[in-house]
Design a protein around this ligand. Sequence first.
Ligand code: XMP
Length: 511
Amino acid sequence: MREKVLIVDFGGQYVHLIARRCRELGVYSEVVDFARLKEVNLKDYSALVLSGGPKSVSEEGAPTVDQEVLRTGLPVLGICYGHQLIAKLMGGRVERSALREYGRTEVEVVGESVLFAGLGRRQVVWMSHGDVVLEPPPGFRVTAVSEKGAIAAMEDPDRGIYSVQFHPEVRHTENGTRILENFLRMAAGLRERWSPVDRVQEIMEEIRRSVRPGEAVICGVSGGIDSVTTALILHRVVGDDLHVVFVDHGLMRKGEVEEVLEALKGLGIRNVHFVDARSRFLQALKGVVDPEEKRKVIGRLFAEVFKEVARTVPNARYLAQGTIYPDRVESGATGSATSVIKSHHNVGGLPRDLGLDLIEPLRDLYKDEVRVVARALGVPERIVRRHPFPGPGLAVRVIGEVTEEKLEVCRAASAIVEEELERAGLYDSVWQAFAVVGEDRWVGVKGDEREHGRIVVVRIVTSEDGMTADWFRASHELLDRISRRITNEVPGVTMVCYAISSKPPATIEPC
Ligand code: XMP
């Protein structure tokens, strides 16, 4: 059985970071909501992490776990809320405290601990909590204290239980990765070196066992790395029984349609059903201004077009979709069921009534792991590196009604933003970079002519997972080049603005 870590989610904002860090350290990990822990067979796991969470352990109805969970003999690491919960469940003293410590703090290692093996006495860590543990539970010893005297780390190595008040998973904790590694390798004694490519090999085996020769698998591709990688995995297993459906809704980035068609050809995928549905989408979007309505119109029409094509594929039995792990977690579809083939959930909005069983080969992987797999399989570098792009495409980057003219401005200006970032060597350092166009206008002078032109908003953000994001501190020189090029090269634009709100409160996309 493969070594796996189970991360119990109490609603903390960093829970997926913990999972990703474990995987980066070569240990496969899964996240489960605390309320569904009972559905999980703990015997399938080799270690447990109790994550952070926004509540106070002393609040009525605060999330908790059965005490027995701490008595299974599995090594446990409690982080922040998890640390306080361990203290509370095992008889320590936790208080809502005036000692509130947020952000970057120093802690002092005061006892021998494998968690801090190889590290100095003083550690810079990231704190984010309201409760503190004032007394450890019986049998525990304190191994680190904070500047204000709170218990920053404690452990009972005999029972294999360790906990820290700070967040080792965030980069601000300078030796956080080492602390996690010490827990996984030294405290929990895990030995395996997992890589996302291993998972894909297992998945290919499962598909091979389930799909019989002659049964067609339909796979929608959008041009994004997830769907192209999904198609390629299926192609490797079922060959020409794979039928790729590629709907051009007219909302793609510049050059994307040609690039994707070219890539599919290059990868040896022969059955490509390409549909030019640009005018149908534009027609359907006429007069639609509400962001949610826009998404609904696109989703409905996409499903309709997809269905029309899918019905023409003989002997179709399966629908392959590029759902990745965070998509499933957000839709509440995670749990102990790990089979890659399921028919009962469909988070991507593709039609349910096709009567096809769903195959989701990337369902257990994070975005950066998909990149690793894509490279290993030979997906063109341009597609691997390209920033994430929303399903409804440029329609969510056009504020108000979607028109051909606004789409053209958005597409051309976005291409300039991407090109300039590439040229500055910054493309891979940011999460997304694009242009937005709305209804507002600005009077300009071009030559001797006055022009009532459009305003383009440039949005460049950094992020680890798209859930939170910060605006990118672009240099004035870079912004100047982007602005000049957009006003010079994109007809009808007289003003360029830079979006400087982080997420939260703003979302990344404007619609
Ligand atoms: P927001 O705008 O909510 O976006 O901050 C977070 C991340 O999700 C992407 N996004 C989408 N991706 N379908 C997708 O596949 C969508 O409808 C969608 N809406 C937003 C967005 O690009 C960002 O990376």
